[in-house]
Design a protein around this ligand. Structure first.
Ligand SMILES: Cc1cc2nc3c(=O)[nH]c(=O)nc-3n(C[C@H](O)[C@H](O)[C@H](O)COP(=O)(O)OP(=O)(O)OC[C@H]3O[C@@H](n4cnc5c(N)ncnc54)[C@H](O)[C@@H]3O)c2cc1C
Length: 422
């Protein structure tokens, strides 16, 4: 073990280390990884890998999909643009190109991520799902298992994201509904819904935007709004609402900033409760802090609701044939249902740890800014409910922490391998 541990931290051994050695289980290869194993090659995995490589730490990225940023490549709709201005979404060490618009399109964001991976020579191992990761107290190392390989390492960085699995609610009569029922992760555009009556269940940013997209393709969308929510204009006083909020929070208490946002919103978009979108008691920023619930930034959907192009309904009670019965007793016919019901973390499925992550929801137990570091070399990135800005903050902290340990050990092993003769 001592010999292995020496090699684990010796970059000169890396080529040999990357070759597999037989383990007790003949069907499993065991690979010693000198640096951290990063699980997930989304923006978070790439960001922390770049920061680590920039500090001279070797990384191995394991990704279940066949590409980087699989959420953005495979599970998002065509018209998607970043919801927040680009300066709040860029990854560490590489800004967006100057000629990108304030809200880059999905394609632009993806091309930026491709360049990012290229620039830092990040080469994830694709089609590799981590099915189990567990700390082995006996040898003081992590065992990260895929179907065919066990990677053994000192550090594990969980970068599997807040959106790893689709949340699909169980609705009575779902099997009887004759039209298609799909999650937004499979929705690309309203192209195939022309003149169809489509019910969109869920009114976060995705649900609202899918409704708008359906309108643009001459479909007849309706929106199910079950809970209260904050809708804010995407921009205020010529600045992004998000940027303005960040700026005001530096000077004023959160409740005062919330009051300002609500007054400005009322002035710009009117009383949303008249459209069936009632506001929660807590202000938008306070609610985000307390519950993680993100306010919806309106990109034109409200105007379509106001004009009657999008109808608003309360919760769904049950489905039958092509009928949808709502909780207020109304029954309407629909051709298709799109579930904009969000995502959940998948960490509890594969990570055997109860210290950093909660078994309840697969998120770190401690809220931001804590929650990025666990015990025995375990780290989490991208679970702050603060989008890509949270990712950048996590990436810098994790890289700093691991690089410090890496350098101490590297110096130690160098002195063992090449002792100074006196
Ligand atoms: C529609 C939409 C729009 C958004 N817009 C914005 C925005 O404008 N600004 C912003 O800041 N945030 C936005 N977000 C938030 C979003 O979470 C981030 O943009 C970003 O994708 C998060 O990156 P991530 O790497 O943490 O997670 P992900 O992008 O989800 O990447 C996680 C990766 O881990 C892989 N993975 C999962 N499980 C395993 C496993 N067991 N083994 C191996 N690999 C695994 C997945 O395949 C995936 O590639 C948006 C989210 C959505 C859904």
């Amino acid at each position: 073990m001592e010999e292995y541990a020496k090699r684990v931290h010796d970059p000169y051994f890396q080529p040999q280390m990357a070759t597999t050695t037989a383990s007790g289980d003949s069907s499993t290869n065991r690979v010693w990884v000198p640096g951290p194993v990063i699980v997930g090659a989304g923006p978070s995995g790439l960001a922390v890998a770049a920061c680590l490589k920039n500090k001279g730490v070797h990384v191995l990225i394991l990704e279940q999909a066949n590409c980087i940023a699989s959420l953005w490549q495979l599970k998002t709709y065509d018209r998607l643009c970043l919801h927040l201005p680009k300066q709040f979404c860029q990854l560490p060490l590489m800004p967006f190109p100057k000629d990108f618009p304030t809200y880059p399109t999905k394609q632009q964001f993806l091309s930026y991520l491709e360049s990012y991976a290229k620039q830092f020579e990040l080469n994830p191992v694709f089609n590799t799902t981590v099915v189990r990761a567990e700390y082995d107290r006996g040898c003081g190392l992590w065992r990260v298992k895929t179907k065919v390989t066990e990677y053994v390492c000192r550090w594990v960085i969980v970068a599997t994201g807040e959106n790893a699995e689709e949340v699909v609610p169980k609705i009575e009569g779902m099997n009887e509904f004759i039209g298609p029922i799909l999650h937004t992760s499979s929705y690309k555009s309203g192209d195939c819904f022309e003149h169809k009556k489509v019910l969109v269940v869920g009114c976060g940013n995705s649900g609202m935007e899918v409704c708008l997209d359906l309108c643009n393709f001459n479909a007849c969308p309706s929106l199910v709004v079950r809970d209260s929510l904050h809708v804010l204009p995407q921009e205020m006083l010529g600045r992004s609402t998000f940027g303005l909020s960040m700026c005001l929070l530096k000077w004023f208490p959160i409740r005062l900033v919330d009051l300002f946002l609500l007054l400005a919103s009322h002035f710009m978009i009117g009383d949303t409760s008249k459209l069936g979108l009632s506001r929660p008691k807590l202000g938008p920023l306070e609610l985000k802090n307390v519950s993680g619930k993100t306010p919806v930034l309106d990109v034109g959907t409200l105007a379509k609701i106001r004009s009657g192009d999008i109808k608003v309904y309360p919760g769904v009670k049950k489905l039958a044939c092509n009928n949808v019965e709502f909780v207020d007793g109304r029954i309407e016919k629909f051709d298709a249902i799109i579930l904009a019901t969000g995502y959940r973390s998948n960490v509890t499925n594969w990570l055997k740890d109860t210290n950093l992550f909660s078994e309840k929801d697969g998120f770190p137990k401690k809220a931001f800014p804590e929650g990025w570091k666990g015990e025995s070399g375990l780290y989490a990135i991208g679970f702050t409910k603060r989008g890509l800005l949270g990712t950048s903050i996590d990436a810098a902290r994790i890289a700093e922490d691991i690089a410090r340990q890496w350098n101490i050990e590297m110096n130690h092993f160098k002195s063992l391998n090449h002792p100074t003769t006196t």
